[in-house]
Design a protein around this ligand. Structure first.
Ligand SMILES: [Zn+2]
Length: 164
C-alpha cells in the first residue's frame, strides 16, 4: 500500500471539501476513523482523502475527495453521530461515554461541570482513542466546552427573562 493516501501520509488534499449532499464545507477525517466507525466497509474502497460532514440536517457522514469513493450515511455507522443527533442522549465524548445530558445534569445539580477536567486527565494519561471512536476523529473537549457554554447562555437568558 505504498500509494496509501491518508491525512497522516500528508497528501495535499484540500483542508475542506463541500459535502455532495448539502454543500457544507467539511473537514478532513483520517481514513482510519472512517474504517473504524463504518459498520461494513465496501470492497475496493478507493484510497482517497475522506471528509466528515457535521451539518445537523444532512444524512451524509463521510465522503471522499475521489467521487468514486462510497458515501457513508448515518445508518452506515456503528455509533450515533452527536453533531447530527436531535434526540437524547446526544453523544459528546465517545471514549468515556459522556452525553450532553450528563454534562447539563451535572451543572443543574452542582452548578458546574467537571466533565472537561475528567476527560483532560484521561487524555493526559493516554487513555483516549478519539481517532478510533469519535466520528469527527478529533478530541471531544471542544464539544464539551461548547455544551457548557450553550447551557450557561440558556440559563442566563432564562434568568434575565425571569427578572423582568
Ligand atoms: Zn452533508
Amino acid at each position: 500500500m505504498s500509494d496509501c493516501c491518508s491525512a497522516k501520509s500528508g497528501c495535499d488534499a484540500p483542508a475542506v471539501a463541500p459535502c455532495p449532499a448539502n454543500g457544507a464545507l467539511s473537514k478532513k477525517v483520517d481514513t482510519l476513523t472512517v474504517k473504524s466507525l463504518v459498520r461494513q466497509l465496501p470492497l475496493g474502497m478507493p484510497n482517497t482523502q475522506y471528509y466528515f460532514c457535521e451539518a445537523r440536517d444532512c444524512d451524509v457522514v463521510y465522503f471522499g475527495l475521489d467521487s468514486r469513493a462510497p458515501i457513508f450515511r448515518r445508518a452506515n455507522l456503528l455509533v450515533r453521530v452527536g453533531a447530527k443527533a436531535t434526540k437524547d442522549p446526544i453523544p459528546i465524548c465517545y471514549c468515556f461515554g459522556f452525553s450532553r445530558n450528563d454534562i447539563e445534569g451535572e451543572i443543574a445539580e452542582t452548578g458546574r461541570s467537571t466533565v472537561a477536567e475528567r476527560i483532560s486527565a484521561e487524555v493526559k494519561a493516554g487513555n483516549c482513542a478519539c481517532e478510533l471512536k469519535n466520528p469527527s476523529g478529533r478530541c471531544c473537549l471542544g464539544g464539551v466546552t461548547q455544551v457548557v457554554k450553550d447551557y450557561e447562555r440558556q440559563n442566563e437568558r432564562a434568568k434575565v427573562a425571569g427578572e423582568r
